[in-house]
Ligand binder design. Sequence first.
Ligand SMILES: [Fe+2]
Length: 261
Amino acid sequence: MSAIDHETIGNFEVVGDEAFTRREVLLMGALAAGSLVTAGAASAEPVAAATTGSAEAYVARDFGHLVSANMPGLSGKQVEQHLKLYKGYVGKANEIHGKLKDAEIAGANATYAPFRELLVEQSYALNGVVYHELYFGNLGGKGGEPAGELRSAIDSQWGSYGRFVDYVKAAGKSMRGWVLVGFNTRDGHLECFGLDLHNMFVPANVVPVLVLDVYEHAYMIDYGIDRGRYLDAFFSNLDWDVVGKRMAATARHPVGHASTT
Ligand SMILES: [Fe+2]
């Protein structure tokens, strides 16, 4: 298995199965713990949230090859700084994961409580890790145009490759964080979504196959505030092979449209 295969499939598993399963486990733990708050209130003993797993849940992946890849329009310095940011998200995701293991759940409150704040930032940190991995994972290619099943899916949804690119670039100019092109497992087609933050406007049951970072930190070193030129550079360095493999992997997603009835 090539490095790309490993990275691509690994990303998919994190997004589609493993990471979400962990999150569900944590949230289920929180919900279960919530039912104990009433009982805990009658007791002098604080009730700890019962979560499982190691504190170091996330390990930063190595995208260092992109720094020296001489990508046209994306400098090594730009990518290097971006990778530092990504590693920071990995650290915070682990920090939150570790704190949730021992979180104080007595006094849970929807206005403010430390436990609530951890839950709020949990998806922000996790998505900050995963979306960056998907973004770096689909860079380093030669651009061009997609082929095969992926091309058919794009043509079916947007009419032509040119219209697809125009649409994604317009989405990139519209949003403050991310653009995701993902496979909608509810209805079995590709769809484009925009996010203003890592965890704002995230679509349910959509498996990302193409991820575009439009935060200013992704391009300020190379382009200042000229996001349009950055979007051109992104497509010039897009690895359609990786995107196509992600698309193929969606067939193994456990929440396919056939199972949602
Ligand atoms: Fe970023």
